[in-house]
Design a protein around this ligand. Sequence first.
Ligand SMILES: Cc1cc2nc3c(=O)[nH]c(=O)nc-3n(C[C@H](O)[C@H](O)[C@H](O)COP(=O)(O)O)c2cc1C
Length: 377
Amino acid sequence: MTNHSNRHLFSPYKIGAMQLPHRIALAPLTRCRTGDDRVPSDLHALYYAQRASAAIAISEATQISPMGIGYRGTPGIHNEAQVQGWKRVADAVHAAGGRLFVQLWHVGRVSHPHWLGGETPVSSSGVLLEGQTRLSDGSLVPYVAPRALALDEIPLVIADYVAAATNAIRAGADGVEIHAANGYLIDQFLRDGVNHRGDAYGGSIPNRIRFLREVTEAVAHACGGHRVGVRLSPTNRFNQIWDSDPHALFVAAAESLNPFDLGYLHILEGVAGSSSAPAEGQKPVASTMRKAFHGTIMINGGYDAASGDAAIQSGLADLVAYGIPFIANPDLPVRYRLGATITPPNQSTWYAEGARGYTDYAMLTHEQPAAVNASAS
Ligand SMILES: Cc1cc2nc3c(=O)[nH]c(=O)nc-3n(C[C@H](O)[C@H](O)[C@H](O)COP(=O)(O)O)c2cc1C
């Protein structure tokens, strides 16, 4: 059965020299499958190759430095073995006809000295994340209060983003996505619930945006703007992040990114009813950010084929990223195009080890995409 109704989702799109066959991106998904070396393996290469029919496959969040680590099994891109691991992934995605962006991550305060060789986690300010985190032996311990990055340390962290980005490009990735969402380090600078600094990186909105802008400018300068995406989550409260005026903050943040000729701005603000819908009492910001930003917008959060198609038709976004739907449907674009059944994922294996629940979800046959293209109008 060919589904003719999602024609906006299946129209081609161009970012710089990159031709995208449709508008469906793979959202970044942490899956915790590396060993202690945090090097992507052949299993990762297979996982991403299976999902290479995405217009852009955005990688799981990937540490830019040892101080950026916060969880078991997450990859890095700050040493040579990791670069070689990502090269295997990029080669496999390209061999399957896809494009790979590596998501650049520093967790900031969402860490623990356990992961940092005994060091205290860093953040914009010393505001404690309440609750517990899981260590490598599976035990749960409370987070510790982070320390505020000193002014003269900030350029060093920006240099870590640049080094990680150039490592990703050297590994053969088509681009990088700067993870400025979900309460991690850059978001800890953006939102005033956590950023209590009194210097040029805190207080006013322009000051709180400064770190994001400097990271983005430096990475775009190093890689070329079209190879850089930025991910923002204006209205969620992951990792106890919040802001007193997300509308003013994130519209200004979107505007501040205009000079860098970015590949895309990725907005995680889900549709009503999804877990990523705006937190209670917060109005959606994405449509105003869309007007403020002059480049490509990718939207994400609770979309299916019909609502994603409508988001493009309405002009809210140019691309739609899908996360959970891609976990158990590696060939999601083909399924959406066919109107085929969408398999629900097994949540107990999201962060498990090995191939189970990772690379063992069924694909429709490999012949189908060509047949679909030939018969679809
Ligand atoms: C298992 C899992 C892992 C995730 N890992 C990341 C991540 O590494 N980086 C990130 O920015 N978002 C991450 N997210 C958020 C997703 O990218 C996405 O925003 C969210 O699932 C909502 O989109 P969806 O409804 O299409 O799944 C993760 C979500 C899930 C369910």
